[in-house]
Design a protein around this ligand. Sequence first.
Ligand SMILES: [Zn+2]
Length: 152
Amino acid sequence: MLPDLDVLGFGFGISYSSMLGHRGVSHSLAFALLLSILVTVFAFRAVRWDGIRVRIWLFLFVATASHGILDAFTNGGLGVAFFAPFASERYFFPVTPIQVSPIGWGFFSDRGLRVLASEMLWVWAPSVAVFGASVWFTRLYRARRMRDPVEP
Ligand SMILES: [Zn+2]
């Protein structure tokens, strides 16, 4: 959710199309990289995270980058500046099935409900399916390892 804090810029006169505007640099891959590195370095310093820090960083990078990627599948706005601050072009994917969310309190309206339904169909349902499949494969893998343990 952190990338969408860029909407606060509207209150300070920052235009949507600006590099600092909505879906600008905060939705870029560089931002995802920088944020994931900073969080990994400062929030996961303890010894207990040794050995899995790269996985933590990768998870945080993918989670942050997925925000811009999902926004590029929406059908409104100016697109996502994936390569900011190095390039200012904004992008959408060739297909944009996800209803764009209204900014601000407009979310609590009929349009907001349509957005929610769209996100349920195109984001949450596939996410739940992938999560369910990963749980199923993990259980299958563990059951198989218990049945056929690897010799040391
Ligand atoms: Zn966004």
